[in-house]
Design a protein around this ligand. Structure first.
Ligand code: ZN
Length: 475
């Protein structure tokens, strides 16, 4: 594998994906230019073990030669590797929107804490093959990363040197999420980040600049349309049915973004008396309360009023500590529990699953994308058992899905997003999708827009264009 320094003196711009290439996690896209090397996102691989193990591998590039990093949003598969990037020698700044800064700090602290706890538990119970089991990174590593964060607002370009500048555009998806338009030696290159929904309860529709020469876009739901239905009605039916059966409803979700969308729907259902006002709603996440405050701090990044936002939170009991989780489980009567992680890869939701998955009266409601190899995907694939903390548990609970609550654009929305560039970009590179979904989207783009979209491969550098101007290296 050639390292970045091999490219440093060439007069060309290259694109190299170090993650989220033919898979949906581990986003790390490197733009190599004669002057600067810019990393867009720096996420963790999640899901199947072979992917998660890649988090322990050294990056195939010289980290010290990366000059700048831009973060699109606070999801772990986009920001979760940052502490290791710093630990491995990255010295530059990390640019992001203000809500992303606040959320990323929470998420990285939570991630480090979970990894420390998991390593400690694995050592105590001996269910790891590694002796001793180690965390991927620690809270101290997160502390070292935070001083590199620099916040940038949308609406105006930010210059990195005489030839390169970038601008953030609201992408919907989760609060603070952005697409990045990089002006690079006269060409416009847009990195979509994760593209949100055009009709969200809580977030604005995705935006991007009118023109782009090249687009690097996500393709999570490249082969799928979200089921169109009345989300409110579907949710009401599912809640009432579970209450009738004297069961509990578990909704695995990221503590900010989708959790608030669901809370908003539940609040409206109670207001309209479509579900019993007395059914308790819990949001169980060590960072839920702080994440909710972030939402209130940036009203311009959400589409509901501050008052509505406060009302929505008032109907929910937020739990942060582990003892509280035990108390919620012991509490008699039906309840609705929202807990992370959204793909059931870790976090508090596993404690609830251990208690509730073996009882057919309970419902597990899946609302987000479930990557290959995650417990969430296994449940959607009707697995008869899942493994949690070394134990195989039979799946007896009802597993339901409301796709329209997903934070990701579906195929039609991805096409709307891409077709909004006028004229159409000369090159489209697909990232952040599993191979089947990417191939379907590639064919769709080809037949509807007569564009040859390219599916990026892990670590493979793609030549974008030659540059005539002399190099400049100041950041
Ligand atoms: Zn995301």
């Amino acid at each position: 594998m050639e390292t970045i320094s091999d490219y440093k003196n060439t007069k060309a711009v290259y694109l190299q994906s170090l993650g989220a290439a033919q898979t949906v996690t581990g986003s790390k896209h490197l733009l190599k230019t004669p002057g600067l090397n810019i990393l867009i996102d720096c996420g963790l691989f999640q899901g199947i073990k072979s992917l998660r193990q890649k988090n322990w591998d050294k990056l195939p590039v010289d980290v010290a030669s990366i000059d700048a990093m831009i973060l699109t949003h606070a999801h772990l598969d986009h920001c979760g590797y940052i502490p290791l990037l710093i630990k491995n020698g990255y010295k530059g700044k990390i640019y992001m929107s203000p809500p992303t800064r606040d959320l990323t700090e929470l998420i990285l602290r939570d991630s480090a804490k979970l990894q420390e706890e998991d390593a400690e538990k694995a050592n105590r119970h001996g269910y790891s093959k590694h002796h001793p089991a180690l965390p991927l990174y620690t809270t101290a590593d997160v502390e070292n990363a935070l001083p590199h964060f620099v916040t940038i607002n949308t609406g105006k370009p930010y210059s990195l040197n005489t030839h390169i500048s970038f601008q953030l555009y609201v992408a919907g998806h989760i609060p603070g999420a952005c697409s990045v338009a990089i002006s690079c030696y006269g060409k416009a290159i847009v990195f979509s980040g994760d593209i949100g929904r055009y009709h969200s309860e809580l977030l604005p529709a995705p935006t991007h600049p009118a023109k782009a020469d090249m687009v690097v876009m996500e393709s999570t739901y490249g082969d799928r349309l979200h089921e169109k239905g009345d989300t409110m009605q579907q949710m009401a039916f599912m809640v009432n049915e579970t209450i009738f059966n004297k069961g509990n409803i578990i909704i695995p979700c990221f503590a900010v973004g989708r959790a608030q969308d669901v809370m908003h729907i539940l609040y409206k259902l109670k207001q309209q008396k479509l579900i019993p006002a007395a059914i308790p709603v819990f949001l169980d996440s060590p960072m839920a309360s702080s994440a909710s405050k972030v939402l209130l701090r940036y009203p311009e990044w959400i589409t509901i009023s501050q008052k509505e936002c406060e009302q929505m939170f008032s109907g929910v009991t937020i739990n942060q500590d582990y003892d509280g989780t035990e108390r919620i489980i012991r509490q008699k009567g039906s309840k609705i529990i929202l807990a992370a992680s959204g793909m059931l890869t870790g976090g508090r939701v596993l404690e609830y699953l251990k208690h509730y998955i073996g009882d057919q009266r309970n419902t597990i409601l899946i609302i987000g994308y479930q990557a290959e190899g995650t417990r969430g995907r296994a449940l959607l694939n009707h697995a008869h058992e899942i493994k949690i903390h070394g134990l195989f548990l039979p799946v007896k609970a009802q597993v339901k899905e409301i796709g329209d609550l997903s934070a990701h654009a579906d195929q039609a929305e991805l096409m709307t997003w891409l077709k909004a560039f006028a004229p159409a970009p000369a090159n489209v590179f697909l990232v952040h999708g599993e191979p089947g979904a990417q191939e379907v989207l590639r064919v769709k783009i080809n037949s509807e827009m007569h564009l040859d979209a390219c599916i990026l491969k892990q670590d493979e550098a793609v030549w974008l264009f030659d540059v005539d101007e002399p190099a400049s290296t100041s950041v």
